[in-house]
Design a binder for this molecule. Structure first.
Ligand SMILES: [Fe+2]
Length: 291
């Protein structure tokens, strides 16, 4: 079932089991816009079915927030105008040129295109992988583009992000709703999550320019402004402690000194994500995997 945010905004809940991100739906008087295509034809078709049962204006547009497979592999099922920024489009060509049988997926893993857990999810989600051919988007933009759905508008904006360099966010001013994709997550490399402090600060400052009331990060439920502020506070804690400590033990001591309590597992995760611990001193040399 679709979750209702406002009278004109819905989302289809994420599911971590097979890396399904949340998918957005913005309903105008004339037409609707979807945010992210789903991680597979199966995922896309589930959302299509939900929308068909709702008696809404037709879906005319779909925008992908970035190139990662879990946001784009459902594209083949949408017979609408599909929109991406130019960098996303270029990255997605890699996926479109691959095959998806077991052997080809192993090769893609060796080439660091997919990590192990993504391959498992792809196998779980996509039936008849021998015949699976991902589609790319057809309408490309650079910087920003605005779409009028009839009484409601979607501002698509490229944004600096610690997650990828091809992130697009979607702001709906009439409903004060901001779809963030994965743009405020870190990136993954060699099984670790990383945050780059400078990119994180630029990302937070860019997001704060929008007077949003509701935020959707792709792998969470809907967030309020207060919840976003709490998240940013935790990120900044991780960044600050990383500046002054050389290993995870020092970081835990510093945390206890500042906050007068033990760090919980989320605190440790964010401290590690900024490079403290086993990866200290070499994290910036690591290149992000495609996912
Ligand atoms: Fe992503």
């Amino acid at each position: 079932m679709l979750e209702k945010v406002t009278d004109r905004i819905y989302y289809y809940m994420n599911n971590d089991e097979t890396d399904r991100p949340a998918l957005g739906l913005v309903c105008g008087n004339d037409c609707c816009l979807i945010i992210d295509a789903g991680n597979s034809p199966k995922h896309a078709n589930e959302l299509k079915k939900e929308i068909e049962s709702m008696n809404l204006p037709p879906v005319k547009y779909l925008v992908v927030t970035h190139h990662h497979w879990d946001h784009t592999f459902g594209l083949s099922e949408w017979n609408v105008v599909t929109i991406a920024n130019q960098i996303t489009y270029e990255y997605m060509k890699t996926y479109c040129n691959l095959k998806y049988d077991d052997h080809s997926l192993e090769e893609a893993k060796k080439n660091k295109i997919f990590k192990d857990t993504s391959i498992k999810s792809i196998k779980d989600e996509i039936e008849q992988r021998e015949n699976f051919h991902p589609k790319n988007c057809t309408l490309l933009f650079s910087g920003e583009i605005t779409i009028d759905l009839g009484g409601i508008t979607c501002y698509l904006r490229q944004i600096v992000s610690p997650h990828t360099d091809d992130s697009t966010i979607i702001y709906v001013p009439e409903e004060r709703m901001l779809f963030l994709g994965d743009c405020n997550y870190g990136y993954t490399s060699q099984g670790y999550n990383y945050y780059n402090k400078e990119l994180m600060e630029l990302n937070i400052n860019a997001i704060k320019q929008y007077d949003a009331k509701y935020y959707l990060c792709s792998h969470e439920s809907i967030c309020t402004k207060e919840e976003m502020e709490a998240y940013w506070k935790q990120l900044r804690m991780g960044a600050k402690i990383t500046e002054t400590c050389n290993n995870i033990d020092e970081a835990i001591m510093e945390f206890k000194k500042i906050y007068n309590t033990e760090p919980n597992s989320d605190d440790i995760f964010f401290i590690r994500s900024f490079g403290v611990g086993k990866t200290w001193g070499r994290e910036m040399d690591l290149k992000p995997e495609i996912f």
